[in-house]
Design a protein around this ligand. Structure first.
Ligand code: ADP
Ligand code: MG
Length: 930
């Protein structure tokens, strides 16, 4: 940073801004504030919750606390600049050309940054007087949820800003509205939910930033939950004001009323308005090309809570990487937008069988037509990220390459529309995409094609992006500029001739402008008459002497003017093109979405063809019948290692109706089955459980699935829990986490849920664990009645199949071979008789002596276990009797009986002895029943 500081002092700052170069006298030190500091403090006061990037020349400077925070966060040097109220002002800065990189790091750490620019040339300020300060203001707030730059974003992921609003009907009847926006792509959705599904909804959206009202933020009951969320920004109440919501929202979209967007609840409107208000604030009034808010109906997507998402490793693994996740395993998209759409679909599988079928139809077309699939996919590879380029153009942050992306995107869209038309009769989703693809205005693409040069600079400020011949005035300015340059070259030749110095050169730098440069030995010649009349000495360096001439001065001004004029004209053209694009942004965005949809459909088809996936049958039944299912991620890993993956069936469909039909009131058939999966460690239980959950997710997102056949009745909630998963970060013990998560399932899972429980009850003592697992299974069977896969190492539980009619025992086949155990990874009906823990321990390399000793101990325990309480459980325990309504406890029953008996007594007609006997009888009754 030392070098950087040096550059700093060279920046053209008005003298008045050189705070602290003069040390004020002690007496006025306290009161004195320089005009620049005054400006800084004013701007900072308007943006108290942001780090202020204060533009000074080629740097963004930070002062005071900001400087301390940023220097620590970025590892840059903290210096000081002048004094404020008698104290040193801490300062640090980042060079503008590296600002994006530093911004990225600050944002990733959860900071918000206000970018304050110089709004005029320092020379302008000087004209107002030596003491005047360059006009500056904040042009943008950079927050985690409102980014547009490719350098700050992950191309393959959406980055959402989420506004969260609560309505308090009563203490236990909170409703929440969520509105989420990706300003880099224009997506905008709204939904409502209750307290139980709030966390799951947020986990699905994975917002980069969440905004809530101050009051909500301060809520003590929700505080622990809110604090656990990433980048939470509390804002003043007015942002969430319901009364002005409708007006703000319609103003943003420039419509008279939001009625045309569909009907929103009061809190949905408030959330949507809060989100757009925040977008406007951070973009300082610029309006990114948002789609009108799309309302998601409650229950339209498969509810998957955070623990389940993590556990199933849908979009990232438990260690946080994309590699190894389901998303990585199935992503065959070739565009960034396609990749984002695929991630969205994976995060929010559908629950409407007809919609799912539409998506599957689109995939099916390209599964069947491999030629069309390959053709489209190779074409898509060249398609730019239209949505993000468009967003940058509209908020005024775009460059020439973004315009080129829009040109290429529109042309590609038209081309793809024609290619899709050639497919013939297309299913709904493809027909919709084809229609959207030909909607953008072809004239815009044509205009951009005419206007843009072949080679484009990254920034429009660099100029040179407009094609020669596009605009006469620009061509003239450029000719003048280039002509002048030729004149300079000619001048150099002439000066060399007249002076006789062959090595004379005309050069240019920022300090001297154009100058004549000769080596020291020739310097004297120009310094003496008559040449000293033409050549005016400017600078003597070690080996060089430099001169200016009046001719050079004139030329310089001409060149600068011409170049300046050329750039100004180019910027004007840029603005014109950008405005044209902005006006036509809606159809361009639709085309971008359509391209992404085609990418996803063809990519899923490519996956299905490559991995031999099958189209699932998804309907409104409660079926769950998978034939030859495979784990999409483990399978690929196994194949990469050269091993086979063993396919397995799973059938959780309700058992066929019995005959004769059960008596009224007893009709408990029709609910799905529970598979209790036993088997030794490493046999493949967890893999089997997860593969079935993943197949359900894939099917409902509209993908083919890794199986020979799959029939799935729509799942509305998916739960997956693993015993003994640590969550130390949140301060829960292993067992506590396991129980909290199990409680959530037992309280929430309905008949349409799919529940995966992997070794629940493992985190505590054996009998505790067994008892909990036991009671959990009973509750799932009798009360939740949902399709369930339950892996356990408590083999005692397999006896439950005798009592619970929809419980099915399954086990992992293993073979014993010369005292070792071989895992066949095959799921078969039946119960494991042994856990082979010792064999697994042996495989893991435990010392032979320990293995031998363990065998002796095991034999002893097994002999005693014949009479253990767990063995008798099944015979002695009455069946779990829970119903959905809280059941009357035995205690209540006894009380009722006693109360009834008491009511039947008539003390007036009783002798003292009868009264005493009645009292004894009541006591006895109570004792017997409680
Ligand atoms: P468990 O839960 O029974 O301890 P896992 O499901 O963790 O066993 O599986 C252990 C390992 O066995 C996995 O990492 C995987 O490599 C392998 N495996 C599991 N299922 C299969 C299968 N169906 N085919 C091939 N290998 C499998
Ligand atoms: Mg396991």
């Amino acid at each position: 940073m030392d070098a950087a500081r040096t550059v700093m002092t060279e920046t053209p700052e008005p003298a008045a801004e050189a705070v602290g170069r003069v040390t004020p006298k002690a007496s006025d030190e306290v009161a004195r504030i320089t005009p620049m500091m005054e400006q800084y403090i004013e701007i900072k006061a308007a943006n108290p919750d942001c780090l202020l990037f204060y533009r000074m020349g080629d740097f963004y400077e930070m002062f005071f606390d900001d400087a301390e925070v940023a220097s620590r966060a970025l590892g840059i040097m903290l210096t000081k600049r002048g004094k404020h109220l008698g104290n040193d002002i801490p300062m640090c800065g980042v060079p503008i050309e590296r600002a994006d990189e530093y911004l990225h790091r600050l944002i990733a750490l959860g900071h918000r940054v206000a970018v304050c620019e110089q709004l005029e040339d320092p020379a302008e300020a000087k004209k107002r007087g030596a003491k005047s300060v360059v006009r500056r203001d904040v042009v943008r707030l950079v927050t985690p949820g409102t980014l547009t730059e490719d350098s700050l974003l992950d191309a393959k992921r959406n980055n959402y800003l989420l506004a969260l609003v609560r309505s308090r009907a009563s203490a236990d009847d909170d409703r929440f509205a969520l509105a989420w926006i990706d300003i880099s792509t224009g997506e905008f959705c709204v939904a409502e939910c209750d307290r139980t599904s709030l966390a799951a909804e947020i986990a699905r959206i994975e917002p980069g930033e969440i905004i809530v009202s101050d009051a909500f933020y301060a809520d003590t009951e929700l505080a622990p939950f809110l604090r656990s969320l990433p980048a939470l920004t509390p804002l003043t109440r007015d942002v969430f004001d319901g009364a002005t919501a409708e007006r703000r929202l319609s103003a943003f979209f420039g419509v008279a009323t939001t009625a045309a967007f569909g009907s929103f609840s009061r809190i949905e409107l408030a959330a949507a308005a809060a989100a757009v208000t925040y977008v406007e604030r951070t973009q300082l009034g610029k309006r990114p090309p948002l789609s009108v808010p799309a309302r998601e109906l409650g229950g339209a997507t498969l509810a998957i809570d955070q623990a389940t998402r993590g556990n199933l490793e849908l979009v990232r693994t438990l260690s946080g990487e994309r590699r190894g996740s389901l998303l990585a395993a199935i992503d065959r998209t070739v565009t960034a937008a396609g990749s984002r759409l695929l991630a969205q679909r994976l995060a929010a599988p559908l629950t409407d069988a007809a919609e799912i079928a539409h998506r599957l139809d689109a995939v099916a077309v390209f599964v069947d037509d491999g030629a069309a699939r390959n053709d489209l996919r190779s074409g898509l590879k060249a398609v730019p990220d239209l949505a993000r380029a468009l967003a940058r153009i509209v908020v005024g942050r775009g460059g020439p390459r973004d315009l080129a992306a829009i040109r290429d995107g529109i042309l590609a869209a038209a081309d793809f529309s024609a290619r899709l038309a050639r497919l013939g009769a297309a299913p709904r989703d493809i027909a919709l995409a084809a229609a959207a693809l030909c909607r953008p205005d072809a004239a815009i693409a044509a205009e951009l094609k005419r206007a843009l040069a072949d080679e484009l600079p990254a920034s429009r400020r660099d100029g040179g992006f407009v094609r020669a011949g596009y605009e006469l005035a620009l061509d003239e300015a450029r000719a003048l500029r280039d002509e002048s340059r030729r004149v300079v070259a000619a001048l150099q030749v002439r000066y060399a001739e007249t002076t006789g110095i062959r090595a004379l050169k005309i050069r240019h730098n920022n300090v001297l402008g154009y100058f004549v440069d000769v080596s020291a030995q020739h310097g004297d010649k120009l310094l003496s008459a008559p040449l000293n009349l033409t050549f005016i000495h400017r600078q003597t360096l070690a080996g060089q002497v430099r001169f200016s001439t009046s001719e050079l001065g004139d030329l310089e001004a001409k060149i600068a003017n011409a170049a300046e004029r050329a750039l100004a004209l180019e910027l004007e053209i840029f603005d014109r093109l950008a405005a044209a694009v902005s006006t036509a942004s809606a159809p361009i965005k639709e085309a971008a979405n359509a391209l992404a949809a085609i990418d996803v459909a063809t990519a899923l088809a490519a996956l299905a063809a490559e991995r031999d996936y099958v189209r699932p049958e998804v309907d409104g039944s409660l079926a769950f019948a998978i034939t030859g299912g495979r784990h999409p991620v483990v399978e690929q890993a196994r194949i990469a290692d050269g091993g086979p993956f063993v396919a397995n069936d799973c059938d959780l469909s309700p058992p066929p109706p019995t005959y004769p039909p059960p008596l009224a009131g007893e009709n408990k058939e029709g609910a799905g089955r529970i598979w209790l999966v036993t088997g030794p460690n490493m046999a493949g239980k967890s893999t089997f459980l997860r593969q079935n959950a993943l197949i359900a997710v894939l099917a409902q997102m509209g993908s083919y699935v890794p199986a020979r056949a799959a029939h799935i009745g729509v799942v509305d909630r998916l739960f997956s829990r693993v015993g003994a998963a640590d969550d130390l970060a949140r301060g829960h013990s292993t067992f506590m986490v396991e129980m909290v998560e199990t409680a959530a399932i037992l309280n929430q899972a309905g008949e349409r849920a799919l529940v995966i429980l992997d070794e629940i009850g493992r985190g505590t003592a054996t009998f505790d664990g067994l008892s909990i697992a036991w009671a959990t299974i009973e509750h799932l069977h009798e009360s939740n009645r949902c399709r369930t896969l339950f892996a356990t190492h408590f083999h005692e539980m397999t006896a439950l199949a005798g009592k619970l009619n929809r419980l099915h025992n399954a086990t992992m086949r293993v073979k014993e071979w010369q005292g070792d155990v071989v895992f066949l990874h095959e799921v078969v009906a039946g119960a494991a008789d042994r856990s082979y823990g010792i064999q697994v321990a042996k495989l893991a390399g435990l010392p032979q002596s320990v293995i031998e000793r363990a065998k002796v101990v095991l034999a002893q325990i097994e002999a005693e276990d014949r009479t253990s309480p767990a063995r008798r459980l099944i015979d002695d325990l009455p069946l779990f009797a829970a119903t959905r309504a809280a059941p009357a406890s035995p205690r209540d029953g006894a009380l009722n009986a006693v109360v009834d008996a008491l009511a039947a007594l008539n003390p007036d007609e009783m002798s003292p002895r009868q009264a005493l006997e009645a009292l004894y009888a009541l006591k006895a009754r109570l004792a017997k029943q409680s």
